[in-house]
Ligand binder design. Sequence first.
Ligand code: 13P
Length: 287
Amino acid sequence: MLVSATEMLRKAKEGHYAVGQFNINNLEWTKAILQTAQEMNSPVILGVSEGAGKYMSGFKTVAAMVSAMIDDLGITVPVALHLDHGTYEGAKKCIEAGFSSVMFDGSHYPFDENVEKTTEIVKTAHAKGISVEAEVGSIGGVEDGVVGTGEVADPAECAKISALGIDFLAAGIGNIHGVYPENWAGLDFDALAKIQQATSGMPLVLHGGTGIPEEMIKKAISLGVSKINVNTECQLTFAAATRKYIEEGKDQKGKGYDPRKLLGPGFEAIKETVRLKINLFGSAGKA
Ligand code: 13P
């Protein structure tokens, strides 16, 4: 069932768990994530970066694939199709294309411009029942060519942007996209607590979910994080499983080169990664 992310995150907040956003890149990724969420009776958010959207031919193709797949696979758990780190133009396109949720990432604009553009996106999205994620501060690292400096969000700015009627907020707290460096200082829980206090119960989003230690994930959820984004980890496990299959020469045995066989181990690896995260985030059985 394709729904906005508002209700599932409100319930997550109340129930002290988080819903996973898993980024998709193609049909295999989408099917693996949807099937795992269904098997675990968990709500789920499919994240689509602008780069991945382009790779898959465009947002309309993505929206059509996801809604048809939900139908064909008999997926009954709540699924949100969400634009990840959208530009202003990208968010507008996704609202038209049939996404049920969008992130407008205006964190690199001067704050007033972020407020202005977020307000506009909220108006357009809410008119169609589509949820909106905004960002203040920035997530470190690089995702799909978007470079973030990793600036910790200012609670006063978080409060102002939350008052615009957004549905959930990404606030930088020392998190980074991609693999964390050895010398990473960890999440800034003081900042997180202040942000949650300043935004009076707004569901918060933790980007850069790959490689954050389990205790930090649990503490972040206890301090108000209701949505956790995971991308790189599925890519790494998919790549490792595919490499193993080829290195073992399995693609050269019988019809092992058939893409339905060749991509099988990677598909199962994504399912296993998603399963582990859903268990860690506590959303199993909450659909
Ligand atoms: P990772 O790639 O570090 O898991 O981050 C995903 C993310 O935050 C998507 O916006």
